[in-house]
Design a binder for this molecule. Structure first.
Ligand code: CU
Length: 669
C-alpha cells in the first residue's frame, strides 16, 4: 500500500480548494455527477451508427440540427427558416420562394420547437415540423431527404411560440400566438387599448395523410392572452389540445411585473372534434387575411410560393362547449399530456408546485358545469374539480415535463437548474439531478407519444458557462444526456449544439434511416432548366438575361468556357449534377458573385443568379471535393463591355458558337 507524500497531499488539498472555489454557485456534485461507465454508454465506435436521431431546434439560428444519440455527434444542420450559404438554401433561385412571406423575403427566423409526425400516437418517422417564432410560420421537413419541403405562414398571429405541437394521427399541428394583437381591418390602435382591441388566436393546420401537405384548416379566436406551449390529448383525451397561457392580466407593458399579478393563469382546453362539428355546421366565419404557402417540388427541384387570402375563424361565443379554461399556477410554460392521455401536467414558471390535471375530472366538471365563472365569456373550470393533485416542493421554476414508459415524469427546473423525476400517480418525487446550467425544455425519446422509448432524458440548457473550452464572449449552446434506465438518473454526456436548443425530439434511428433517399433520379428530374446530358448543355440570351444550361460530372463542367456575356446582363447558371451515386454532390461558385454557392445533389438542378459588375474573365469552380481531379473541375466566363460584338461561344474541350444549337429545345442540330 502506498501513502501520499506530504507534497502530494498538499497539492491535492490546494486543488480541492481551488475547485471548490470554482464551483461556487454551481449545483452540488458538479464533478461527482458523472458515473464511471458514462464513456462506455455513450461510445459509438468509428463506423457504427447511433441508436437514435435527435432533432433539435436551432433557436435564433433559424435552423434545425440533427444529432446522433447516445454519442451527441452532429449529423446535419437542416436549413429551415434562415438562409444557409453552405447549402445554397435561400440563395439558389429554386429555394428563394421557401422564405417568401406576406412581408416579402425573410432570410431569418427563430426556430423553437420540434414535432415528429405520429400515427396512432407513435412516431412514424415521416416528417418533422418546426415553428418560426418571429414571423409566424410552420415548416415541414421530409425525413426521406432531411430537407425543408413546405412552409406555411400563420395569419392573425404574432410570435408563433405555442407551436407546432401535433395530434395523435398527425391530423393537425397547432399554432398558438405568443402575442395578442389587434386583428381585423383596423389594427392602427393605441397600445393602451390592449384590453379592448387585442385578441389571440390558436390555429389548426391540417396535415394530409399521404403527402404531408399542410393546410390552414381553422383558427379559434381567444381572449388577449399570451400562448406559450401546447400538447395534444392522446388515448382517452384524443380530440383535445391543451394550450398553456400567461398574461391573463392582459398587460401591455412591463410584463415581468404586470403579467405576474395573478396567482393563477390558465391552461386552455380545446375540443377540436367539436370545432370540426361547428365547421361542418357552417359556424366558421371567413376572414380576409394574407399569408403565404411555400412548397418544394422534389421533381422540379423548385419551390413555389402561393399567397392565400382567407381563413375560417371560430368564435367560442358562437360555439359553446368547444373551449374551456383551467386555472393553473402561475405563468405556465409547459403543458404536457402523459402517455395514457389521462394526466395533463402544468408547469408554472413562478409556481411552487406542479399541478397535475385529470382528463376524467375535466370531463366530469364540464358535464356538471362545475365552473368558477367565466373569462371573456369562456367557462373557467373549478381548479379543485379538475385537479388530480399537486407535486409538492418539486424545485424552483418548473418549465416542461416528459415521460418514460414506467409511469414516471421528468420535469425541468430553470431556476434550481435540475431535472426532477416523479411518479405520475402518487406525485412523489423520486430523484433529482443537476443540469449545467439552467435547463429549458427536456426530452425523452418518444416522450410526448403514447409509448416512450425511455432510456435517456436530454436536457436543453440555456447557459453553458464553463462546460467547454472558452471561445470568447459567445459560447456554444449546450445539451446533456442522462441515463434514466435505472432508479437514479445518471449524467452521461455534454454536447454542444447549434444556436439555442429550445426543444428536441428523438426517434429510433431504424424508423428513419430505412427511408433515407440517396440520390434524385435523373430520369425523374422535371426541372424546366435541367440539362440531363451534355448534349443538352447550351447558352442562350433571352432579352437582358443569359442562361447557361450546364452539367456537372466528375470532374468537369459542361460548358467550362463561356464568352459573349455583356456587362449589364444577368447570368443564370442552371447546373444539373449528372451523378447517380450517393454522396457525390457538386458545388458551384463564381468569383465576385454577391451570392452563395450552389450545392447540387446527384440528379438535381439548381440555379445561381449572377450580375457581373465589371468586364473581364471570371473563374468558377466546384466547391465540394468530388474526385482526385476535383481541383481541375473549373472553368471561365468572359464578360465584355455593353456594346461589344463578342459572340456567344461556349463548350468544354470543343468550343462552339451559340448558333450551332437550337435555342428552343437545346438539342444539337
Ligand atoms: Cu465536383
Amino acid at each position: 500500500m502506498k501513502f501520499f507524500s506530504h507534497k502530494t497531499l498538499l497539492a491535492t488539498l490546494v486543488l480541492a480548494g481551488a475547485s471548490l472555489q470554482m464551483l461556487g454557485c454551481k449545483p452540488k456534485g458538479s464533478q461527482a455527477a458523472i458515473s464511471g461507465d458514462a464513456a462506455l454508454k455513450t461510445y459509438v465506435a468509428p463506423g457504427k451508427y447511433d441508436e437514435f436521431y435527435d432533432f433539435v431546434s436551432g433557436g435564433f439560428s433559424g435552423q434545425m440540427s440533427v444529432y446522433g444519440l447516445p454519442s451527441g455527434r452532429l449529423l446535419r444542420v437542416i436549413p429551415v427558416f434562415s438562409v444557409d450559404p453552405e447549402k445554397g438554401y435561400g440563395y439558389s433561385e429554386e429555394s428563394k420562394a421557401m422564405l417568401s412571406t406576406s412581408n416579402g423575403f425573410i432570410p431569418w427566423d427563430d426556430l423553437h420547437h420540434i414535432a415528429l409526425s405520429e400515427t396512432n400516437g407513435l412516431h412514424d418517422g415521416r416528417w418533422v415540423f418546426a415553428n418560426a417564432n418571429n414571423t409566424p410560420r410552420i415548416a415541414r421537413v421530409d425525413l426521406k431527404t432531411f430537407r425543408t419541403v413546405e412552409i406555411i405562414e400563420i395569419p392573425n398571429s404574432a410570435g408563433n411560440h405555442s407551436s407546432p405541437f401535433i395530434t395523435e394521427n398527425s391530423e393537425y399541428v397547432v399554432a398558438g400566438t405568443r402575442f395578442s394583437i389587434p386583428l381585423g381591418d383596423n389594427t392602427d390602435v393605441p397600445i393602451s387599448s390592449y384590453k379592448q382591441n387585442f385578441k389571440g388566436t390558436v390555429s389548426f393546420i391540417n396535415i394530409d395523410k399521404n403527402s404531408g401537405e399542410m393546410n390552414l384548416a381553422f383558427q379559434i379566436l381567444t381572449p388577449g392572452v399570451n400562448f406559450d406551449l401546447a400538447r395534444a390529448g392522446k388515448g382517452k383525451s384524443h380530440g383535445w389540445v391543451f394550450f398553456s397561457c400567461y398574461n391573463s392580466e392582459k398587460a401591455n407593458t412591463l410584463l415581468e411585473v404586470n403579467a405576474s399579478q395573478k396567482d393563477k393563469d390558465f391552461i386552455m382546453a380545446v375540443n377540436w372534434k367539436k370545432a370540426e362539428e361547428y365547421l361542418k355546421a357552417g359556424k366558421g366565419v371567413k376572414k380576409t387575411v394574407k399569408y403565404t404557402h411555400n412548397q418544394y417540388d422534389e421533381k422540379k427541384h423548385s419551390a413555389t410560393s402561393t399567397t392565400m387570402n382567407e381563413v375560417l375563424v371560430l368564435d367560442p361565443k358562437d360555439c359553446p362547449d368547444m373551449v374551456y379554461f383551467m386555472p393553473c399556477p402561475k405563468s405556465p410554460h409547459g403543458c404536457d399530456t402523459d402517455p395514457t392521455g389521462e394526466y395533463i401536467v402544468g408547469s408554472g414558471k413562478l409556481a411552487a408546485t406542479i399541478p397535475v390535471f385529470s382528463f376524467t375530472k375535466i370531463q366530469k366538471a364540464i358535464a356538471d358545469k362545475n365552473f368558477d365563472g367565466t373569462y371573456d365569456d369562456i367557462p373557467v373550470l373549478k381548479y379543485d374539480a379538475v385537479l388530480h393533485g399537486e407535486v409538492q416542493k418539486p424545485g424552483l421554476g418548473p418549465l416542461h415535463t416528459e415521460f418514460d414508459d414506467q409511469g414516471n415524469a421528468y420535469t425541468s427546473f430553470f431556476v434550481s437548474s435540475e431535472i426532477v423525476k416523479w411518479n405520475i400517480k402518487d406525485l412523489k418525487v423520486l430523484d433529482r439531478v443537476p443540469t449545467y446550467y439552467s435547463i429549458g425544455h427536456l426530452s425523452v425519446p418518444g416522450g410526448p407519444t403514447r409509448k416512450p422509448w425511455g432510456k435517456y432524458v436530454i436536457a436543453y440548457n440555456k447557459i453553458t458557462k464553463d462546460r467547454y473550452l472558452p471561445t470568447g464572449p459567445e459560447l456554444s449552446q449546450s445539451a446533456q444526456l442522462y441515463d434514466i434506465s435505472g432508479d437514479k438518473m445518471k449524467l452521461l454526456l455534454d454536447f454542444p449544439t447549434i444556436g439555442e436548443p429550445h426543444y428536441g425530439e428523438a426517434i429510433p434511428a431504424e424508423l428513419v434511416m430505412k427511408n433515407s433517399q440517396k440520390i434524385y433520379k435523373i430520369e425523374e428530374n422535371a426541372h424546366p432548366a435541367a440539362a440531363k446530358g451534355d448534349n443538352y448543355t447550351r447558352v442562350e440570351r433571352k432579352g437582358n438575361e443569359v442562361h447557361v444550361y450546364m452539367t456537372a460530372i466528375r470532374s468537369h463542367f459542361t460548358p467550362d468556357n463561356i464568352e459573349g456575356v455583356k456587362l449589364g446582363e444577368t447570368v443564370y447558371f442552371h447546373v444539373t449534377n449528372l451523378e447517380q451515386d450517393w454522396d457525390i454532390p457538386h458545388g458551384f461558385a463564381i468569383k465576385g458573385a454577391n451570392n452563395a454557392e450552389l450545392l447540387i445533389m446527384p440528379g438535381e438542378t439548381q440555379t445561381l443568379k449572377w450580375v457581373p459588375e465589371k468586364a473581364g474573365v471570371f473563374p468558377f469552380y466546384c466547391t465540394d471535393f468530388c474526385s482526385a481531379l476535383h481541383q481541375e473541375m473549373q472553368g471561365y466566363i468572359r464578360v465584355s463591355a455593353p456594346g461589344s460584338n463578342v459572340p456567344i461561344i461556349y463548350g468544354t474541350g470543343t468550343i462552339k458558337a451559340a448558333a450551332d444549337y437550337k435555342a428552343t429545345d437545346g438539342k444539337t442540330k
